[in-house]
Design a protein around this ligand. Sequence first.
Ligand SMILES: Cc1cc2nc3c(=O)[nH]c(=O)nc-3n(C[C@H](O)[C@H](O)[C@H](O)COP(=O)(O)OP(=O)(O)OC[C@H]3O[C@@H](n4cnc5c(N)ncnc54)[C@H](O)[C@@H]3O)c2cc1C
Length: 382
Amino acid sequence: MFEELSEEHAALRATVEEFARKEVAPVIADLYEHGTFPYSLVAKMGAMGLFGLPFPEEYGGMGGDYFALCLALEELARVDSSVAITLEDSVSLGAMPIFRFGTEEQKRRWLPELCTGQRLGAFGLTEPGGGSDAGATRTTARCDGDEWVINGSKAFITNSGTDITSVVTVTAITGVSGGRKEISTIMVPAQHPGFTVSASYSKVGWRCSDTRGLFFDDCRVPLGNLLGERGRGYAQFLSILDEGRIAIAALSVGLAQGCIDECVSYARQRRAFGHAIGSYQAIQFKIADMEARAHAARLTYYHAAARMLRGEPFKKEAAIAKLVSSNAAMDNARDATQVFGGYGFMNEYPVGRFYRDAKVLEIGEGTSEVQRMLIARHLGVG
Ligand SMILES: Cc1cc2nc3c(=O)[nH]c(=O)nc-3n(C[C@H](O)[C@H](O)[C@H](O)COP(=O)(O)OP(=O)(O)OC[C@H]3O[C@@H](n4cnc5c(N)ncnc54)[C@H](O)[C@@H]3O)c2cc1C
């Protein structure tokens, strides 16, 4: 169960760790301060093959697996989460639905450019009226001749409005069947007539990632842009979210680990009352608790990923991994800020950024309450 990383996984982790340390760390504070999308870092990550990690070579991918993506996300988030979520979203929400549910023609059309990272993908599920109740979709797509005509709006969609966004897959009601809404997923190319995006939201955290509202006003796309079977959109995005939760758990573990890295070095050099603060047990225990949380959380995502790769059911394990890991990230960010004292509240050190980035991990790709609902349902409660 990945207790020992394979040679390939270990090499990938080391490569991404070095990239994050040498390329991301020196520039990210300035980008974050100005809320600038990290185009140059994304291009470098693309050149490293990170956007193609879990896809077969025939579609331009690296022929790796989903666990490899998770390891890369953990190492990136150890230094910065905006960069990590840009990768996570394009791969697991942008490209993965096309890989899992697309026709051969759709895969050949979209995946090669997404695998290079020169273009980004996005997934539009959440609407202004609600995200947790994903079945409450109000956006519609009606057939008119050989086209879908899409009307409605989406909220908080990552990667949807960058200069290099290529496609946004959206959920829409395509009819009613047996008295129930028929939800399907449809691909809409960026900048398509009738499709507009809002300005980027001003966010508390993830300030370098691109998050926007989407608007569809009689947006016409070919019927062939339907992704997967008509009416299977709800089931499709639920399965995509199950996988995505393992990736968000990995990202959360990265942030939790980043807090530990920063605290260990600060506790050794910061002095109070004549001694390094790390000599005080109150600080040692805080850091020990942080390490225990990150370690336990890492095992939950390793376990969920192992089940997924073995083809075993992993819905409950993915929900547990997301719940436990986002909790660990939030707790570690709070404690790390405390260890840094006043400097923890300044943008001068990464822990302030970690603190701002941690909260959304308990919200995106299913809130902690939604994870608890999934776990309880799995146990036959509710
Ligand atoms: C930075 C960012 C990026 C995002 N990127 C994307 C993206 O790329 N694509 C996308 O589709 N979405 C995206 N989202 C949306 C995200 O997935 C939703 O915000 C999330 O699913 C919660 O939905 P909501 O915000 O509508 O909250 P709501 O559903 O309105 O929930 C509000 C509160 O009520 C709780 N709640 C709701 N129902 C229940 C219940 N039955 N029992 C108990 N508690 C309940 C929730 O847990 C939450 O605490 C993003 C969000 C953010 C903040």
